[in-house]
Design a protein around this ligand. Structure first.
Ligand SMILES: [Zn+2]
Length: 262
């Protein structure tokens, strides 16, 4: 049996536990003998992760939930295999993430990026239960508050548990945010709303889906919000922008016959 290395009370993160990087963060939250996993990563690491969980003295039959924070392949690909090993567990996702996964929408799930020759497997996943904004996910004595935090992806969920927020791909410790990509359903105004919500909350710790946990930091969030706010009026993210003021200026200059050297 292995000693549990807690990230926070009732929270184990499996990369941190193993002291090496498997892939995305995989949070094991438990209360008494009941436990859940938040995201799972790629399929080729699942057996090792489940074996690790077994060595931490969790009963596989007591896994209540497998939670998809969103539908991206690097977070969910392994859930098919995980369901085989944890048949009692219910797979949970937001309705919008469910649509992507159950229709095997490979573009929206980042399993297929033809222009970059990226093509990875995305098993057909069946969601057992939808969860959405305002609901409480009960696990033993713990309640996890469900937040819908779209922006990076449609149907992205975060979960508040006391002073912790499992924050998905909203923001990372270095101030980066989850990738912004129109084909993936990214939405800048929604993204900004999600970041503001996190910023305004009294949550103390953010537990992201990539990289280390970090303190909720208003300045870090503000700088990400400011950056995304600029993107809304820049060409950098193409159709994700709301407008591009340069084109209005140009139209005006064209109408007035202004030469670039004027
Ligand atoms: Zn991600």
């Amino acid at each position: 049996m292995l000693e549990r290395r807690h990230l926070f009370p009732n929270v184990i993160e499996l990369n941190y536990q193993a002291q090496r990087r498997f892939g995305c963060c995989v949070y094991l939250v438990y209360s008494g003998s009941d436990w859940l996993l938040m995201d799972i990563g790629y399929e080729d690491t699942v057996d090792e992760l489940i074996d690790l969980i077994r060595q931490l003295d969790f009963s596989l039959a007591c896994c209540r939930y497998l939670v998809a924070t969103h539908a991206d392949a690097d977070h969910v690909q392994g859930f098919f295999r995980a369901k085989e090993l944890l048949p009692e567990a219910k797979l949970l996702a937001h309705p919008d993430a469910r649509s992507i996964l159950e229709s095997n929408d490979r573009i929206a799930a980042f399993a297929e990026i033809p222009a970059q020759n990226i093509s990875i497997e995305l098993p057909n996943l069946k969601i057992d239960q939808e969860i959405n904004e305002g609901e409480q996910l009960r696990l033993g004595e713990l309640d996890l508050e469900v937040w819908h935090t779209p922006g990076h992806a449609v149907g992205q969920l975060s979960f508040r548990c006391g002073n912790l927020l499992f924050s998905g791909d909203n923001i990372f410790r270095d101030g980066c945010v989850g990738s912004i990509d129109a084909h993936h359903g990214s939405d800048l105004p929604d993204f900004i709303d999600s970041l503001r919500r996190i910023q305004k909350s009294d949550v103390e710790w953010l537990l992201p889906s990539h990289g280390p946990a970090f303190r909720n930091d208003s300045e870090l969030l503000q700088s990400a919000i400011n950056r995304l706010d600029q993107y809304q009026h820049m060409a950098d993210f193409g159709t994700c922008a709301l407008d591009w003021p340069l084109l209005d200026e140009w139209e005006d200059e064209l109408a007035r016959g202004i030469h670039p050297a004027d």
